[in-house]
Write a protein that binds this ligand. Structure first.
Ligand SMILES: Cc1cc2nc3c(=O)[nH]c(=O)nc-3n(C[C@H](O)[C@H](O)[C@H](O)COP(=O)(O)OP(=O)(O)OC[C@H]3O[C@@H](n4cnc5c(N)ncnc54)[C@H](O)[C@@H]3O)c2cc1C
Length: 413
């Protein structure tokens, strides 16, 4: 069977890897490189100004050990080395106050006295967080459907901290988080506490895409422009700029969901209903070496999930300290970070790389028909994969590739 996969991110490449064992697979990616939101400097992203022995991720970085089951199955199949990485968080407010997570207190406080002060500051936040956890653990998963996060999170400091973690996890502007779907957010928040273990991929996240490519027998088309896709009784026709249309038996959409109606020339009424509310969200992330953002707070331990409220109750951004997350040799005495929405605070000469990302714009309306998309996967010779169909993270992307592979008789891990 000839299978076309449109989109070469994590979902598309997982599906390609599993289907390649039994079908003739072609991947069509619009960018010059594969990976989607996987952007590993010195791998799929060249970076002359960075020591060539260092790999830094300016996109997807970390993976939950206990909750990313399919992701870990894929990594085991590809024999990719993962190591646990300590992860902690701090919340910085515009008035100069800051709060440390338990991990940040454990690793970042120099004296017992400092630890006690930080724990006392943290206690009311922790109490409020535990009340939130108790509340959502008593509710059924189904009751979260079609409801926004604001139904569960108010505006106290603990709630704002959690909303900023959602901003970080889903690359969505802070001012949109109140309308973020509770059914995606609450499971993540309930299992991302102080006991959660996180893994990173040795050598950078793109290493696993390289491994897929080393085993791949199909065809990869990067930098392609699809002008339209039509479905026929015998399969699917893909029209491309500067080449003849190509015929396939099956089509897998592994793009962001806003692209489905943009590319389909013959969408059914059902497809229009399922995809019309999806829009694209775009963000820029910077890799930089500027630590002056912490000076104002007198903090010298930098965390993986550092969250900055930049205006009183308003906008926010994050700074993810990368040295531990990307396994940079401590002997090199570097301070690399990945920042979002902190451009005003970062000196331009300290910026090493900038990446532009497109992600699904998550809101309650957009995901209304998500279950229906999964239930009708395969209708009109057309399948759908993408993180947005599950948890919105890497586990979701890989899981969606597993589902499509199962439906098309591909390899099962
Ligand atoms: C900055 C950032 C950091 C993140 N960090 C993490 C993390 O640490 N851990 C985690 O679990 N998740 C993280 N995520 C979430 C991440 O989005 C998912 O983990 C996952 O990579 C999404 O994969 P995907 O294949 O669903 O989508 P994408 O990665 O968006 O892939 C879609 C692909 O389709 C291509 N495409 C789009 N339109 C077309 C078209 N018309 N024709 C052809 N190709 C097209 C795109 O170029 C892209 O390659 C992060 C996301 C971002 C943006």
């Amino acid at each position: 069977m000839r299978v076309a996969i449109v989109g070469g991110g994590a979902a598309g490449m997982t599906a390609a890897h599993l289907l390649d064992k039994v079908h003739d697979v072609s991947v069509f990616e619009k960018e010059p490189v594969l990976g989607g939101n996987i952007r590993t400097l010195n791998k799929n992203i060249p970076c002359d100004s960075l020591n060539q022995r260092i790999t830094l991720d300016n996109g997807v970085i970390e993976f939950q050990r206990d909750y990313f089951t399919n992701f870990h199955k894929l990594m085991a199949d590809l024999q990719i080395q993962l190591v646990e990485t300590p992860v902690s968080s701090e919340l910085f407010l515009p008035d100069g106050h800051y709060y440390k997570s338990t991990g940040a207190i454990r690793y970042g406080c120099k004296t017992k006295w400092e630890q006690i002060i930080e724990m006392l500051k943290q206690t009311p936040i922790m109490f409020s967080y535990l009340c939130f956890l108790a509340r959502i653990s008593l509710a059924s998963q189904d009751s979260f459907r079609h409801r926004p996060v604001s139904d569960y999170l108010g505006n106290n400091i603990s709630a704002r901290w959690l909303k900023m973690l959602l901003m970080y996890a889903y690359s969505m502007p802070y001012n949109t988080i109140d309308n973020f779907p509770a059914e995606i957010a609450l499971p993540l928040l309930s299992h991302s506490g102080m006991l959660t273990q996180w893994d990173r991929i040795v050598g950078g996240v793109y290493s696993y895409i390289e491994k897929i490519l080393s085993r791949f027998r199909g065809t990869i088309h990067c930098d392609t422009r699809i002008t339209g896709i039509t479905r026929e009784s015998t399969g699917v026709q893909i029209s491309l700029v500067n080449t003849d249309p190509q015929h396939f038996d099956k089509l897998v959409f592994a793009t962001t969901p806003d692209q489905v109606l943009r590319l389909l020339k013959d969408p059914s009424e059902n497809e229009i209903r399922r995809f019309q509310a999806w829009k694209m969200n775009t963000i820029d992330t910077l890799i930089h070496t500027d630590t002056s953002i912490y000076k104002h707070f007198g903090v010298s331990y930098f965390c993986e999930f550092d969250l900055f409220q930049t205006k009183e109750l308003g906008d926010s951004g994050y700074n993810a300290y990368l040295d531990r997350l990307c396994g940079v040799d401590p002997q090199l005495d570097t301070h690399f970070s990945l920042a979002y929405n902190l451009e005003q605070q970062i000196a331009p000469e300290k910026v090493i790389d900038r990446q532009h990302h497109a992600t699904p714009a998550y809101n309650v309306e957009a995901i209304r028909y998500r279950q229906e998309v999964l239930e009708t996967n395969g209708e009109n010779h057309t399948y759908h994969a993408g993180a947005y169909l599950f948890d919105g993270l890497h586990e979701g992307a890989v899981s969606s590739g597993f589902v499509v592979s199962d439906l098309l008789g591909g390899l099962r891990l």
